[in-house]
Write a protein that binds this ligand. Structure first.
Ligand SMILES: [Zn+2]
Length: 282
């Protein structure tokens, strides 16, 4: 991990990236790309079943949108916490992926697709944790990764997974984290994100619950809402997912980061730090 972020002389925190990124600081953007693009690429490889080159093309389109018109979309992202910020970027990224030419769905995919009613019915009367697990499974997650994300064995939801056996059996027993029906799944996620209600849960509340910072009487009404709302379940699982991949995704090389940085429309003074090769000699 020592060379995870080789070309950045300054120690960047999320808040610094968010603040100085808005001012068009090249160091902050290098840090943004180094910290976050590995996770974003991973999300595309999973939900959109994209190969690395395809994922990279979508990430570049996302960077163009994020930074157009004087970084307008970037300025609109959350400043609260890294996870809320990443959840926001994730939504933008997956929306772009949904509108991009994606790999074909498996022909053995669900006949009727992923209509909201149908998925609601699939999860009916399950506890929230089991719903989360089903949601991740439909997105193509293997049990191994699911256990790492939720820090709990997916075996607890074994009876819930039986509901996948008929129409969604491809989601069962996956060895790699890749969605078997990326086109329909991305369209469904996009639909879920659009289904907001006046009672929907702000992301910071979900983050506090995930971190165990709220008492049960604060938690219960929130969890009840999330349990019955596809919009919030999508956001809730999305927050867990970005928290995990932020640290679990393989880092990019400094040359890959420099190539992505070329897309960001800011001035790029040459980094004053030693080059990667110079550093290796020490
Ligand atoms: Zn909601």
């Amino acid at each position: 991990m020592g060379t995870r972020f080789v070309n950045e002389p300054v120690f960047f925190t999320f808040h610094k990236i968010r603040e100085q990124g808005e001012q068009g600081d090249a160091g902050a953007w290098r840090a943004f790309l180094g910290f976050y693009s590995p996770a974003l690429l991973r999300l595309l490889e999973i939900h959109a079943a994209m190969r690395p080159e395809e994922a990279s093309a979508v990430l570049k389109r996302m960077l163009v949108e994020l930074t157009a018109n004087g970084l307008a979309r970037f300025r609109a992202t959350s400043r609260q916490s890294e996870r809320e910020f990443l959840a926001d970027i994730r939504a933008l990224l997956l929306d772009i992926a949904a509108d991009s030419p994606a790999p074909k769905d498996s022909p053995a995919g669900p006949n009727g697709g992923f209509e909201a009613d149908k998925i609601g019915k699939l999860m009916e009367d399950l506890p929230l944790l089991h719903k989360e697990m089903l949601f991740f499974k439909l997105g193509g997650y293997s049990d191994v990764t699911l256990e790492r994300i939720l820090r709990m064995s997916p075996r607890v939801a074994a009876t819930a997974f039986d509901r996948l056996a008929q129409e969604y059996s491809l989601a069962l027993h996956r060895e790699r984290d890749v969605c078997p029906w990326p086109a329909q799944w991305l369209a469904f996620l996009k639909l879920a994100r659009s289904l907001t209600t006046p009672n929907c849960i702000p992301a910071h509340q979900s983050v506090r619950i995930h971190d165990g910072q709220v008492s049960w009487y604060e938690k219960e009404p929130v969890e009840n809402h999330v349990s019955g709302c596809l919009h919030c379940l999508e956001a809730w699982t999305g927050l867990r997912e970005v928290a995990y991949w932020r640290h679990a995704a393989d880092p990019l090389s400094s040359s890959e980061i420099e190539l992505l940085l070329e897309i960001v429309p800011i001035e790029k003074p040459r980094a004053k730090t030693k080059s990667f090769l110079e550093r290796l000699r020490h």
